[in-house]
Design a protein around this ligand. Structure first.
Ligand SMILES: N[C@H](CCC[C@H](N)C(=O)O)C(=O)O
Length: 276
């Protein structure tokens, strides 16, 4: 079948976006893996499926699939690209949109300057909500790996994140530690692994080895997870500028049950068609 798509990126985290608002599009694990493949397919970190919804007061539903084909609960950079997509493709004339995701309804706003602000909801720190297997909730946890024990914070932004502090993201052992953290048995649904270097109380460098996709140039929920972890540790204060390899994201959080706000770019790269 011929599949029309739009290639997009938000701070270098890239997506294949499918318009399934007029008719459902059902893709198998294998088809998503093929589309995401950077050599045999289009290439992307995640595939986003934009659907209509009958839920009152909600404008759209959007589903997120990692490059390994697995469907996941939330995607921050994807949420921004979703807004750019539905506005630029004329699917809505609104610039403030409510969208249903697998982890709940989030509100997004396309700003005058073209950046998008996403209300990601409140972070969740209780182990059961992450999910993370731990004796009790703590600000940091000792995580035994094959060759060493590391210290991580654990938080859910709708999807699970483990964040570790590093002295320098450029020399951090992302390639070796990332996969070990991603599939650590204490994270029953696997986990996104963040490597955070604190520059000052309002700025960090961040690299993320993403669950189901490997290292990406940016991770929106990962930026939120790192920022709130740093605030919980007392090393960061809102707002926080997050420097990723693909661009800058700004995170705001007032603590407690207040929502995390993420602001960043979202661009359409090209439209295309692929035979799958
Ligand atoms: N790999 C993530 C999904 C995509 C998140 C990321 N691309 C973002 O911008 O938040 C997970 O398995 O939870």
């Amino acid at each position: 079948m011929k599949l029309r798509f739009t290639k997009m990126q938000g701070a270098g985290n890239d997506f294949v976006v499918i318009d399934a608002t007029r008719a459902p599009v059902n893709l198998s694990h294998a088809q998503i893996q093929h589309i995401a493949n950077r050599y045999f397919g289009v290439g992307c970190d995640q595939l986003l499926m934009v659907e209509s919804t009958t839920t009152p007061d909600v404008d759209f539903r959007y589903r997120i699939f990692n490059a390994d084909g697995g469907e996941v609960e939330q995607c921050g950079n994807g949420a921004r690209c979703f807004v750019r997509f539905v506005v630029d493709k004329g699917l809505t004339d609104k610039h403030e949109i409510k969208v249903e995701t697998a982890s709940g309804v989030i509100t997004l706003k396309l700003q005058e300057d073209g950046q998008v602000t996403v209300n990601m909801g409140a972070p969740r720190f209780t182990p059961a909500q992450i999910p993370f297997e731990a004796e009790q909730q703590a600000t940091t946890y000792e995580l035994p790996l094959a060759s060493e024990t590391i210290t991580v914070s654990a938080v859910s932004m709708g999807n699970p994140h483990a964040v570790m502090l590093v002295d320098n993201v450029h020399t951090a052992e992302v390639a070796s530690l990332g996969p070990q953290i991603e599939s650590h048995p204490q994270f029953p649904q696997r986990v996104n692994a963040g490597f955070m270097q604190v520059l000052n109380e309002h700025e960090i460098n961040l690299r993320v080895y993403e669950r189901g996709s490997g290292e990406t140039l940016a991770c929106g929920t990962g930026a939120c997870a790192a920022a709130v972890s740093g605030i919980q540790l007392g090393t960061l204060q809102s707002p926080i500028k997050v420097h990723t390899r693909g661009g800058i994201l700004t995170i705001q959080w007032a603590g407690g049950e207040s929502p995390v706000l993420m602001t960043g770019p979202a661009e359409i790269v090209f439209d295309g068609e692929i035979e799958i």
